[in-house]
Design a protein around this ligand. Sequence first.
Ligand code: KIV
Length: 271
Amino acid sequence: MNVRKKVTVPDLAQWRESGRRISMITAYDVMFARIADEAGVDVILVGDSVGMVVQGHRNTIPVELSDMVYHTRNVARAGTAALVVGDLPFGSYQASPQQAVESSIELTKAGAECVKLEGGVHVANAIDAITRVDIPVIGHIGLTPQSYHRMGGHKVQGRVEGFEAGSRNRLLEDAYAVEQAGASAIVLEGIPYDLAGEITMKVGIPTIGIGAGNQCNGQVLVLHDVLGLSDSKLKFVKHYAGLRNASIDAIRQYVEEVGSGEWPDMEHSFK
Ligand code: KIV
């Protein structure tokens, strides 16, 4: 039984004030949501990274809102103490603030306790509209995977001065815009650690980094990377376990035992 106190959106702001760091991890189904929760994670992100990790796409662009509703529902059924954040996929909020509100309502009905969307200045209207119907929003700036084609791939952002999309000053503007629009927190992805530190100092909402150094108020990683189920070699990824090799070994042994007739033995057979 889970005895942890339920994590709520206001906790995030409080933890920023008190200096308690926030841990976030992705999950896409009930089993891993329960495992992450039992491990004590603060926030579970039902990320649109599901498109790459589970669906096998090379980026997150093909993910549909219906996919995110399905996975959010599955994670929500875990009944976690961790806060459940549902990711708005590409095309589900860019067309208009009304579309953003409607998509957020769908994710909320599926069990999301907060939604996340990508972008800065240009999505401020969407964030403002969603928060007006009392759905909390987490922003996401820097290496925003849904901007794959504009960035020319998954490329580190904020390395050049200027106000073009992805440049250093523009990312500061994006962070301010997200905060002013009413976001409860902001994910900083794939930016130099000193820029992430500057944004964290200058905005008044919690920052959660991924590939953004250790000066953020919290950190997020993709579950399959943390567990070593993926073989990602990205610089900002750490495999805390080696479940890919452990899984291959286990399944190989199963295949061998089926082949040899060793499986199933009497212990696992009915009389
Ligand atoms: O979709 C996702 O998993 C994300 C995180 C990597 C921040 O957006």
